[in-house]
Design a protein around this ligand. Structure first.
Ligand SMILES: *C/C=C(C)/C=C/C=C(C)/C=C/C1=C(C)CCCC1(C)C
Length: 244
C-alpha cells in the first residue's frame, strides 16, 4: 500500500510541473552536497572540521525537509509552508554559526553569534506569520518587521563587529567573509521576491509571474550549497598554506 501510494504520488507530477521538478532537483542537490561535505571533512585540519560539518548539516537538514516538501507538493499541489519554515528556522541560524566559526580565529565572541541567530529567528518567525497565519497583513509582517531584521543582519556583517573581526583576521578569512556577505546581500534577497510573488499586498503584480516555491527552491540551492562551498574553499586554501 505504501509503495503504491509512492507510485501514485510520483505519477501525479505532470511533465509541466516545474515547481515539482525544482523540489526533486533541490532534494537531490542537497543530498549530494551533504555527502560531499561530510566525506571531505576528515581531509582538513582540525580547526576547519566544525565549519565543514556545519556546512554538511545545513544541506542535510535541507535534504530531509526537501524530501517531505517534494512529497507534500506531489500530494497536494500546494506550498509546503510549514516544512519550509521549519527548515529555515534550523538552517539559517546555522549559517549565522558559520560566520562565528570562521571569525573565531580573530577572537569572535559568542555574543556575535547569538545576536545574528536572534535576528534571523525574528526575520523568519515574522515571515511565517505573514505567509501562513496573518496573510491579510503580509506586507507588515514580511516587509516591515522581517525586512528590518534582515537589514540589521546585512548591516552587522557588512559594517559591524563581524566586519571588524574579518579585517583583523585578514587573508583567506577576510576573503571568505566577504563572499558570505555577498551571499547574504544578494542571495538572501531572492527570498523577499518569492514572498512578494506569493502573498497579498501592495506589491501584488510586480512579481506576479513568479512562483513562490520555485523562487524559494532556487534561493535555497544557491545559498545553502554556495555558503558551504565558500567555507569549503576557505579550508582548502588555508590548508594549502600549512602544507607549503
Ligand atoms: C536556507 C535558507 C535561507 C538562507 C533562507 C533565508 C530566508 C530569508 C532571508 C527570508 C527573508 C524574508 C524577508 C527578508 C522578508 C519577507 C519574509 C522572508 C521570511 C521571506
Amino acid at each position: 500500500m505504501k509503495s503504491l501510494l509512492l507510485i501514485i504520488d510520483v505519477a501525479r507530477l505532470a511533465a509541466d510541473d516545474y515547481t515539482g521538478f525544482t523540489f526533486f532537483v533541490g532534494c537531490m542537490a542537497m543530498m549530494a552536497a551533504s555527502a560531499f561535505f561530510f566525506l571531505s571533512m576528515s581531509s582538513f585540519d582540525k580547526k576547519w572540521r566544525t565549519s565543514i560539518l556545519v556546512s554538511g548539516l545545513i544541506t542535510f537538514i535541507a535534504a530531509v525537509h526537501y524530501w517531505y516538501m517534494r512529497d507534500y507538493w506531489a500530494g497536494f499541489q500546494e506550498s509546503p509552508v510549514f516544512f519550509r519554515y521549519v527548515d529555515w528556522v534550523l538552517t539559517v541560524p546555522l549559517m549565522c554559526v558559520e560566520f562565528y566559526l570562521i571569525l573565531k580565529v580573530a577572537g569572535a565572541k559568542k555574543s556575535l553569534m547569538w545576536r545574528l541567530i536572534f535576528l534571523s529567528v525574528v526575520m523568519l518567525v515574522t515571515g511565517y506569520i505573514g505567509e501562513a497565519v496573518n496573510r491579510d497583513m503580509a506586507a507588515l509582517w514580511g516587509g516591515a518587521i522581517s525586512g528590518a531584521a534582515y537589514f540589521v543582519i546585512v548591516y552587522d556583517i557588512w559594517f559591524g563587529q563581524a566586519k571588524k573581526l574579518a579585517v583583523a583576521a585578514g587573508g583567506d578569512v577576510l576573503a571568505a567573509h566577504k563572499m558570505l556577505c555577498w551571499f547574504v546581500l544578494v542571495g538572501w534577497a531572492i527570498y523577499p521576491i518569492g514572498y512578494m510573488a506569493g502573498t497579498p499586498g501592495w506589491y501584488e503584480g510586480i512579481f506576479g509571474g513568479l512562483d513562490l516555491d520555485v523562487v524559494y527552491n532556487i534561493g535555497d540551492a544557491i545559498n545553502k550549497i554556495g555558503f558551504g562551498l565558500v567555507v569549503y574553499n576557505l579550508a582548502v586554501q588555508s590548508s594549502k598554506k600549512i602544507e607549503a
